[in-house]
Design a protein around this ligand. Structure first.
Ligand code: LFR
Length: 485
C-alpha cells in the first residue's frame, strides 16, 4: 500500500474546496482508498505576504501516515503537491520561514529585472517554460531582496521539503524541478548558465532525481512518530500535474488532457519539447512528465475563479453549494458572457464576481449578476479557453488530437465537460477524479516492484479500476460555440 501526500486539488467536483487527500492504494486493479483529507489554504501573514502553513501540513501528513499504517503494511510513500513553491533551509537544515504562496504579488517588482539579465527568448530556449509570473525563477529574484536570502543554504520544492522531513534526504524531483524555469531542458539538470546570470548559487537546489527513484526511508524519528517501519519514500511525478497526466486512461497518443481542478492544465503529451518562438508567444510550457515525456500545455485559470466566488458568497452569508449552483447554471442561457479568465486580474485571491463584472462591462457584454450567471460565465469561458489551448497545442506541436481526457475534480462537473465537448467538437472522457493520487500510486507501485511496464501499461492498469464517463459533442450547439471566443 502506498500513500501519496498533499496536493492542491479540490475536494468537490467543482473545485470549491482546496484540500489535501491522502489515499491508500493496492495494485489489485488499483483501488484507491482515502485514509485522510485535510484543508489547505494560503493566508496573509502580518506583513501581508501570502504563505502556506507547511509545518502544520506536515503534521497532517504524519496523521495520514498513521492512519494508512493502521490500515495495513505500507510498501511505499510518494509525495506530490502543486509546483513552483519552495522552502529555504539554513546551514543547519532548518526552514527559515513558511513558504510564500505563488499567488502572492511579490514577483511583480522583479520580473523586468530578471528579463534584463535573461531575455525571455533565451529563457524559453533554455528552460522551455511558459511565462507565469510566479515561476520559481521570479520568486527567487524577489527572495534575493528579502530578509532570508543571506542565510539560505538550500531551497527545496514543497514535495521535496516534505520528503526531506520524512527521510532526512534532500533531492530535487525532476518533473517539479522543471516548473522552476531553472532547469536546462537540454540536459535535464540545473542550468549553470541561468543560475550564474541571476546570481543564484549553483548548489541552491539539490541534485535532480527521476520519478521512480528511491529518495530514502522514513527516519527513525518519523518511524517513532507514525508507528511505521523504515518505509521507502519514492520520487513520483511530484508535480501534481505530472502525476495527474500519468493517470490519464489513454490508450494511444492522439489525446489532449485537461487536468481540471484549481487550475486547468490543458495540453498534449510529447516525446520532445517545442521551443519555437511561436510556441513561446502562445505561452506553451514544456513541463517534464513521468518517463521522459513532455507535458506540452498551457495554464488555464481553472475552477479557482468559481471556488473563489463561492468563498466570497460564503463570507457574505449568501453561500450556495456547488451541486445546486451548477444545476442553476445549466438553466441559464449559454454563452451570454465570455471572459478571458486567464487575465492576470483573476490570479490573486479576491472578489471574483466583481472582477468578472468589470471585464464584462469593459468588453460590452452583459454583467453576470446572480451566482448561477457567474457560474455559467466561468464554465463557458473555460470551455472557450480550452478550445483555444487545444487548437494551439495541435498547431504548434503537430500532435493530432481526437479525444479529450478530463482528469481531476473538474471531471465531475458535467456542465463543464459537456461545454468542453460542444466547444471543441471533440468527445470528452471524464475521469479519474483523483487523477493525481492515481498517477502518484502507479509510479510508486512500479518503483516498489508491484507493477511493471511503461507508462501506457501503467495507464491501462489504472484505467481498469475506473468508471469513466463519455460526453459527445452536441451538433446543434456547434454554431453557437463557433460564434464566440
Ligand atoms: C496545479 C499546479 C499547476 C501549476 C500551479 C502552481 O495544481 O501545480 O500545474 O502551474 O499549480 O504551482
Amino acid at each position: 500500500e502506498v500513500l501519496p501526500g498533499p496536493n492542491n486539488r479540490p475536494r468537490s467536483a467543482s473545485g470549491a474546496e482546496s484540500s489535501a487527500p491522502g489515499v491508500a492504494g493496492t495494485s489489485d486493479g488499483v483501488v484507491l482508498r482515502e485514509v485522510a483529507r485535510f484543508p489547505n489554504a494560503a493566508t496573509a501573514d502580518d506583513g501581508g505576504t501570502l504563505r502556506w502553513h507547511l509545518t502544520a501540513l506536515f503534521e497532517e501528513v504524519l496523521e495520514g501516515l498513521r492512519a494508512a499504517g493502521g490500515a495495513g503494511p505500507l510498501d511505499g510513500i510518494g509525495i506530490d503537491t502543486w509546483a513552483v513553491d519552495y522552502g529555504l533551509l539554513d546551514a543547519d537544515g532548518q526552514l527559515l520561514a513558511e513558504p510564500v504562496a505563488y499567488r502572492d504579488s511579490r514577483t511583480e517588482a522583479v520580473i523586468d529585472d530578471v528579463h534584463a539579465r535573461v531575455p525571455p527568448s533565451d529563457l524559453y530556449v533554455i528552460s522551455g517554460m511558459q511565462h507565469l509570473p510566479f515561476n520559481t525563477i521570479y520568486q527567487l529574484a524577489a527572495e534575493q531582496r528579502g530578509p532570508w536570502w543571506g542565510r539560505a543554504e538550500q531551497a527545496l520544492l514543497l514535495p521535496d521539503l516534505l520528503a526531506y522531513w520524512l527521510t532526512g534526504a534532500r533531492v530535487s524531483e525532476y518533473t517539479n524541478a522543471s516548473s522552476t524555469a531553472l532547469l536546462d531542458q537540454r540536459t535535464g539538470q540545473w542550468s549553470g548558465e541561468l543560475m550564474d546570470r541571476l546570481a543564484i548559487p549553483a548548489g541552491l537546489f539539490p541534485p535532480v532525481v527521476q520519478p521512480g527513484e528511491q529518495i530514502g526511508v522514513l527516519s527513525e524519528e518519523i518511524q517513532r512518530r507514525t508507528g511505521l517501519g523504515p518505509v521507502p519514500v519514492y520520487a513520483v511525478g511530484s508535480h501534481d500535474t505530472a502525476s495527474a497526466v500519468a493517470s490519464v486512461p489513454a490508450t494511444g497518443s492522439d489525446f489532449a488532457y485537461i487536468s481540471s481542478g484549481t487550475w486547468s492544465l490543458v495540453g498534449v503529451e510529447l516525446d520532445a519539447p517545442v521551443l519555437t518562438e511561436a510556441s513561446r508567444e502562445a505561452n506553451f510550457t514544456n513541463e517534464r512528465g513521468v518517463d521522459g515525456t513532455v507535458r506540452y500545455l498551457r495554464n488555464v485559470m481553472g475552477l479557482w475563479v468559481l471556488s473563489e466566488s463561492q468563498r466570497v458568497w460564503d463570507e457574505r452569508g449568501e453561500g450556495i453549494p456547488i451541486g445546486p449552483l451548477l444545476q442553476a447554471a445549466a438553466e441559464e442561457a449559454p454563452r451570454r458572457t465570455i471572459i478571458d479568465v486567464d487575465h492576470p486580474d483573476f490570479l490573486p485571491p479576491g472578489d471574483m464576481p466583481a472582477r468578472l463584472a468589470e471585464h464584462a462591462t469593459a468588453t460590452g457584454q452583459p454583467v453576470p449578476e446572480t451566482p448561477a450567471q457567474v457560474a455559467r460565465c466561468v464554465v463557458d469561458s473555460l470551455a472557450v479557453a480550452y478550445r483555444k489551448a487545444i487548437e494551439d497545442a495541435q498547431r504548434l506541436s503537430g500532435q493530432r488530437v481526437s479525444v479529450i481526457h478530463v482528469v481531476g475534480g473538474g471531471s465531475k462537473n458535467e456542465l463543464l465537460c459537456q461545454a468542453t465537448a460542444d466547444a471543441t467538437g471533440l468527445p470528452v472522457i471524464a475521469g479519474p477524479e483523483e487523477g493525481t493520487a492515481l498517477g502518484n500510486v502507479l509510479v510508486q507501485a512500479r518503483a516498489a516492484g508491484v507493477l511493471a511496464g511503461d507508462l501506457t501499461a501503467l495507464r491501462a492498469v489504472g484505467a481498469g479500476g475506473l468508471e469513466l464517463r463519455r460526453y459527445e459533442p452536441d451538433a446543434s450547439e456547434r454554431e453557437g460555440w463557433a460564434a464566440v471566443g
